[in-house]
Write a protein that binds this ligand. Structure first.
Ligand SMILES: Cc1ncc(COP(=O)(O)O)c(C=O)c1O
Length: 423
């Protein structure tokens, strides 16, 4: 059955889709996924940072099923409550000043919508992104994505007037500095872009992941984010934070931007917003959102009633069960435990993260990235019932991102498997 399904898939699904495992799922519930051959796995990938409150969360399913009995699709023809309720909920939980929303289907689509809004509202064309960030695969989003050249290979020329500045990746500084010698040269590079390549008056927006996801689970220094906010405000450039991966409680706050005590002009979210139902959004102030007229942007499926109902239930569950504080607590506990493992094992270069968005960087004796070691660790973990996936341009960083519901006992069990696989 397993081999047969994989073979059939190979015959009819595009080879461009890269599956992380060959697990064929019989049932998924909370942290656990059971395969058709009866094996049970702990999903420390949360379905790629998407089922933040666990697989098939019962309240989410109930809300979705009840919405399905009333209305499945509107296509902007009919009005319905779940979308308006969701926008109201999001206005409450997003950082200050974010008041209005546009709903789309995927992260990439929402990133593109946010950039379109920025261009329209400012009348400027320039877009600045950061080396290492991932924003999606559609042509506009891909033009910003630079977490690996392989994602862009074969698709040039991309959208023009997009510039990239180095992300503050302190463990492997793009500018060749270390923490003792650093005087935020990466920020100076951004200022040089504005001096040598495009004037600030021509830049519509700066787009950044407040915690690097696909590019390596990197947390930028507080000072960098504050300087970035200040630079954008000074030049009338809109700051867009892409919270597609870092949002919805993943870092122990609703949105990672909150950790830096700043507010973006536009916030982008997706993935965990609806616990696996397809939905994404970007939000801005009423003033900014009102700068584009009716029809400037549109969608057929965006804001699907069922997805919106699932998103409302997701927000209710996170609030009711105190999952933000559990994510913060369990994140600290997990980092502490991985640091202990680092102390007694060779090959872990860096452990970092916010909340339950934790990166463990595997290195060789000479500090270079060790992809092969991580490959073998992930394989062994899988054999022992633990799903972990990688990230980073060199694919040598393990991402630990269990659901926000994870317990100490589950972290202990997962890390025991991880440590055994390491050694
Ligand atoms: C930060 C970030 N932005 C955008 C995207 C694109 O999202 P989607 O795959 O839903 O288009 C991703 C996906 O991993 C992401 O992590």
């Amino acid at each position: 059955m397993v081999d047969d399904l994989i073979r059939r898939g190979q015959d009819c699904l595009t080879p461009a889709l890269a599956f992380h495992t060959d697990i064929i799922v019989k049932k998924a519930e909370g942290l656990y996924v059971e395969s058709v051959d009866g094996k049970r796995y702990m999903d420390f990938s949360s379905g790629l940072a998407t089922v933040n409150i666990g697989h098939c969360q019962p309240d989410v399913l109930k809300a979705a099923k009840s919405q399905m009995d009333e209305l499945v699709h509107s296509g902007c023809i009919f009005r319905y409550a779940s979308e308006v309720e969701l926008a109201e909920n999001l206005a409450r939980i997003t950082p200050g000043g974010i008041e209005m929303f546009f709903f789309s289907n995927s992260g990439a689509e929402a990133v593109e919508g946010a950039v379109k809004l920025a261009r329209y509202a400012t009348g400027r064309q320039g877009v600045i992104g950061f080396l290492g960030c991932f924003h999606g695969r559609t042509m506009g989003a891909l033009s910003l994505t630079s977490s690996a050249a392989r994602y862009r290979k074969g698709f040039h020329p991309l959208v023009p007037s997009v510039y990239h500045s180095p992300y503050p990746y302190c463990y492997r500084c793009h500018m060749g500095m270390d923490r003792t010698s650093c005087s935020v040269e990466c920020f100076e590079y951004l200022e040089k872009i504005l001096k040598y390549q495009i004037t600030p008056e021509e830049v519509a927006c700066v787009v950044i992941e407040p915690v690097l996801g696909e590019g390596g689970y990197v947390v930028p220094p507080m000072g960098f984010m504050k300087k970035l906010r200040e630079l954008c405000s000074r030049h009338g450039i809109l700051l867009i934070t892409d919270e597609v991966q870092s949002g919805f409680g993943r870092t122990g706050r609703w949105f990672a931007t909150e950790h830096f005590d700043i507010s973006p002009d536009i916030i982008v979210m997706g993935k965990a917003i609806a616990s696996g139902f397809p939905l994404s959004a970007f939000g801005a102030s009423k003033e900014l959102m009102s700068k584009w007229p009716k029809g400037a942007h549109g969608t057929t499926f965006g804001g699907n009633p069922v997805s919106c109902a699932a998103a409302n239930a997701t927000i209710r569950t996170i609030e009711r069960d105190g999952l933000l504080s559990n994510a913060a607590k369990m994140g600290e506990y997990c980092v502490k435990r991985v640091l202990e493992i680092k102390g007694r094992t060779k090959g872990i270069g860096d452990v970092r993260g916010l909340g339950l968005m934790i990166g463990v960087e595997l290195i060789k004796d000479d500090n270079t990235p060790d992809k092969d070691r991580l490959d073998s660790i992930m394989k062994k973990c899988l054999e022992r019932g633990l799903v972990i996936i990688e990230c980073g341009v060199d694919k040598n960083i393990a991402r630990l991102m269990p659901p926000l519901t994870v317990t100490k006992e589950e972290i202990d069990r997962a890390l025991a498997i991880f440590e055994e696989a390491l050694s």
